[in-house]
Design a protein around this ligand. Structure first.
Ligand SMILES: [Fe+2]
Length: 268
């Protein structure tokens, strides 16, 4: 495959974009950041980018215009029924968790052509603490890597999971077999970005892009009421206050080896 003669490839992974404030944050930051940092490819978790729950064609286009190239998802990807037909289209740049039943709408992985090679992008859902009818993420990723062997140059796995032990285990399970393993779902950024012993860039959770003073994007008083009374509450997105842009940057050498991974966090 023809590739750009370039020293290294920079891939930015943007943490879960939550609702309108999250999208505004991406619009304000990403276009300049892409140019300034010379970023080659941008992947974002988009499962909450419409009203904090699910995604639509409109919000997807808005984020593509801001500079996102591809989206991963999670257990909330099904929340907007009108998006299910979009997921079925081959041109929709979104993967939903691969370990849902095979006949679920959309694809769990895609191989994306770029001018620096093919990227395998996989979305996969954890099972610990998540109420979803999915098969083993470990078995599922093995099957995907087997099916796609030799067809890509760089691989990125978004492991959307609740429990840190399952995420760390997945990191080591894929160490040396996937290039980038990024955790999402908790919306809380972790400080364990590192290159694992066999060369995989790993972080347990990239965090969130949205209103900082919230509980995972939801108004704090609502969630406090939920925990103090035990009575289910209607969730409402927080829209006011400073916004965080959580992401990780991965540097890959011209010969497709991971050089580094580091957090890239901004606030507006
Ligand atoms: Fe999620």
């Amino acid at each position: 495959m023809a590739t750009k003669s370039k020293k290294s490839i920079k891939i930015l992974f943007i943490a879960d974009i939550v609702g309108r404030p999250g999208r505004k944050t991406v619009r304000e930051i990403l276009p300049n950041l892409r140019k300034k940092e010379g970023i080659d490819f941008v992947v974002a978790n988009g499962e909450n980018m419409t009203t904090g729950n699910g995604m639509t064609e409109g919000t997807m286009k808005e984020m593509l215009d801001a500079g996102v190239d591809f989206f991963t998802a999670g257990n909330h990807v099904w929340k907007k029924p009108e998006f299910l037909s979009e997921l079925e289209k081959k041109e929709t740049p979104v993967v939903r968790p691969a370990n849902y039943p095979e006949d679920s709408p959309g694809d769990g992985y895609r191989i994306v052509k770029t001018n620096f090679g093919n990227i395998l992008i996989v979305s996969i859902l954890g099972r610990e603490g998540i109420n979803a009818q999915v098969e083993s993420p470990f078995k599922c990723i093995d099957e995907i890597l087997e099916k796609t062997k030799g067809k890509y140059d760089i691989s990125l796995v978004d492991f959307h999971a609740e429990v840190t032990s399952e995420k760390v285990a997945m990191g080591y399970y894929l160490d040396g077999r996937a290039d980038i393993v990024v955790g999402t779902h908790t919306h809380v950024p972790t400080s364990d970005a590192r290159v694992l012993p066999n060369g995989t860039a790993y972080i347990s959770d990239a965090g969130m892009t949205g209103v900082r003073d919230s509980v995972l994007g939801v108004k704090t008083d609502i969630i406090i009421r939920l925990f103090t009374t035990g009575i289910p509450q209607k969730f409402e997105q927080e829209t006011e206050g400073p916004k965080v842009f959580n992401s990780v940057m991965v540097d890959i050498s011209a010969d497709r080896k991971v050089k580094s991974i580091h957090r890239f966090d901004l606030e507006i």
